[in-house]
Ligand binder design. Structure first.
Ligand code: SF4
Length: 297
């Protein structure tokens, strides 16, 4: 990559961060609007959804962060085989520091031992880069900003689980997912979207559950069994009465996305990542010259 392409790539990365932090993708905005229509007019759920919508509009107009919590900065990238991945990693870290300096990201990453904040959002594990080469001649660069409040209510179950009465089958999986929603109540800043992975090990299960949150709100699972599970979980969760921000109401979840990984016969994990209403995920296809060709969401 020559100097001009490097500069263009850097600007594109800063723009991807800005857009992710300040503008919710349209599919999420649509889901929130549909959720608001489910709430009784002038109810507390309706009020909470109205506040959320105002917040979304203001952040976009002012190009300011949607929430005071920057969240974990998670990049998911496919890059052309011929590209220099190490250099791309350096550019990504610099872009995060610059976006923070410009105010697109609040300074929100601290040293885990000292609690000190160096003001850049860059440090060990921040940003987190998941990068894979592919045979295409452009980059697919996606970013998710995942809030701490909703991350705190993520959960992992090892089946069988006697507390929730969950055996090693799909009925047991469903009990675990609904238990996680029940435990979360309003603490995850709902209405939420769940990314769920059945199987894998503890680490791959959680990572894969976050990758499910890269799916579009209205897509349908190609596996009919999992598609049915997704529908059932969302419908049943919305009967729990938790509602937006835990204020009560019909919109506890906006959606559920489930996948499965192979597991060992000895293990059966269900890993659940909860995404809050501030569902900041964006992405762009970027040319080898560093220019944004199109937005993904
Ligand atoms: S969980 Fe989401 S909405 Fe709540 S404070 Fe964190 S980023 Fe903001």
């Amino acid at each position: 990559m020559n100097a001009s392409s490097q500069n263009k790539m850097f600007d594109s990365l800063v723009e991807i961060i800005r857009k992710t932090s300040t503008e919710l993708p349209q599919d999420v905005i649509d889901a929130i609007e549909e959720g608001k229509k489910q709430e009784a007019q002038d109810s507390r759920g309706d009020y909470a959804m109205g506040i959320i919508q105002k917040n979304i509009g203001l952040a976009k107009v002012k190009s300011q962060p949607l929430c005071q919590d920057t969240g974990s900065i998670l990049f998911f990238i496919h890059y052309p085989k011929t590209a220099d991945a190490e250099h791309l990693g350096e550019l990504l870290r610099k872009a995060v520091a610059t976006a923070t300096e410009k105010g697109y990201l609040r300074q929100n990453s601290v040293d885990s031992i000292t609690g000190k904040n160096n003001g850049t959002n860059v440090g060990p594990g921040s940003p987190t880069l998941h990068m894979e080469p592919w045979s295409k001649d452009y980059y697919d660069i996606r970013l998710m900003l995942k809030g701490g409040g909703c991350e705190n209510v993520g959960a992992q179950y090892s089946l069988p689980d006697s507390r929730v009465g969950a055996g090693r089958d799909l009925a047991g999986v469903k009990k675990c997912i609904l238990d996680a929603v029940q435990q979360a109540q309003g603490k995850g800043c709902g209405p939420g979207v769940l990314g769920v992975t059945i199987g894998g090990d503890r680490a791959t299960g959680y990572l894969s559950s976050k990758e499910q949150l890269l799916r579009r709100m209205k897509d349908s699972n190609p596996d009919p069994v999992l598609a049915k599970l997704e529908e059932e979980v969302t419908t049943d969760a919305n009967k729990l009465g938790i509602g937006p921000m835990g204020f009560g109401g019909k919109t506890t979840l906006l959606g559920t996305k489930v996948t499965a990984l192979n597991r060992l016969p000895a293990s059966f994990f269900v890993s659940i990542s909860y995404m809050c209403w501030a569902y900041r995920r964006q992405g762009a296809n970027v040319t080898m010259d560093g220019e944004i060709k199109d937005w993904i969401y």
